[in-house]
Design a protein around this ligand. Structure first.
Ligand code: E4P
Length: 304
């Protein structure tokens, strides 16, 4: 596949829409209902929420339980997670609340799907997060056939996004794919290029897949998402507070994102092929799963 520079795609200065909202829907990236509520008071709206096992482990009540020596059983952890998303659910708009299944590198699609079904019943606006692995894609394929909305997480390559597209074709509800920008920056790549490449790849698609920019670490990332006009962006409270504190700036014509690493090249991709054809391996997906597992396990009681 011939590589092309990510800068070959459109750039434009976005404007606020009629509701005075930025061009991308804004999700809170966190695991604390009080924080979501605070951001909602600050901005006047929150379109959606993403959670993950690390963020749930950081929830103030979970942290307090764990630091007072009350580690949790798996059932208690799931009950805590359920309580947290039930409190967040009514606070957000139509972007819903993303809930992540507990998966390690050996978790099968069957096991993920069982969790997904259960978690999807917790709240009326759930999106189930599965990792961009072969088992995660199988679980997503079966989920959308059952009407379970999905958010494919830990996406670090254009091929993974293409596989998400192919595996979820025919979904009645929008499918989210979450490219992780900051974590690519961390390994010396220009993370936003992946976002741009996926947007470009999907531009002429049936648009059943929406891009949810994730691992947003700073205002530059957020402004770039607005400039690109990504569908959805999930943002830590700290960055949203900074954005609000600066008067909610949008990138103007002169905005230029300063690359932070080596470019990620665009690859011409045929989306009309089985998802199994795509090479979906990525070391950061594996590392991301391992990190979620270790943060999750840190809250659990040792099995006796
Ligand atoms: C959201 O869905 C992701 O889990 C989150 O944005 C990851 O962000 P991080 O790379 O800063 O942990």
């Amino acid at each position: 596949m011939a590589g092309e520079s990510a800068s070959d795609t459109r750039d434009h200065a976005p404007t606020q829409n009629a509701m005075g909202r930025p061009p991308s829907k804004i999700f809170v990236d966190g695991g604390d209902p009080q924080e979501t509520n605070r951001i909602k008071q600050l901005l006047g709206f929150v379109d959606g929420q993403t959670t993950n096992p690390s963020l749930i482990a950081k929830n103030p009540e979970v942290r307090e339980l764990v630091s007072s020596g009350h580690t949790l059983t798996e059932e208690e952890e799931a009950a805590e997670y359920r309580t947290i998303v039930q409190a967040i659910s009514p606070l957000v708009g139509d972007g819903g609340v993303s809930i992540e299944v507990f998966a390690d590198l050996n978790t099968t699609a069957d096991h993920m799907l069982r969790q997904g079904r259960e978690m999807f019943s917790w709240i009326p606006n759930a999106y189930i997060k599965y990792p961009c692995t072969a088992e995660g894609l199988k679980a997503a394929h079966r989920s959308v056939a059952e009407g379970i909305r999905v958010n494919m997480t830990l996406c670090f390559s254009q091929n993974q996004a293409a596989a998400v597209y192919a595996a979820t074709k025919g979904s009645r509800a929008p499918v989210y794919v979450s490219p992780f920008i900051g974590r690519l920056d961390d390994i010396g790549q220009n993370g936003v290029d992946l976002l741009k490449n996926i947007e470009r790849m999907l531009a002429t698609s049936d648009r059943h897949v929406l891009v949810l920019a994730a691992s947003i670490r700073n205002l530059q990332h957020l402004l770039y998402c607005f400039q690109l006009g990504v569908d959805l962006v999930t943002v830590p409270a700290k960055v949203l507070e900074e954005w609000a504190g600066q008067g909610r700036p949008l990138p103007d014509e002169s905005f230029e994102y300063k690359p932070v690493g080596t470019p990620i090249l665009y690859e011409k991709t045929n989306l009309q092929q089985p998802w199994e054809n795509f090479d979906i391996e990525h070391e950061l997906t594996r590392k991301g799963i391992q990190k979620f597992v270790s943060d999750y396990r840190a809250t659990l009681r040792e099995a006796s």
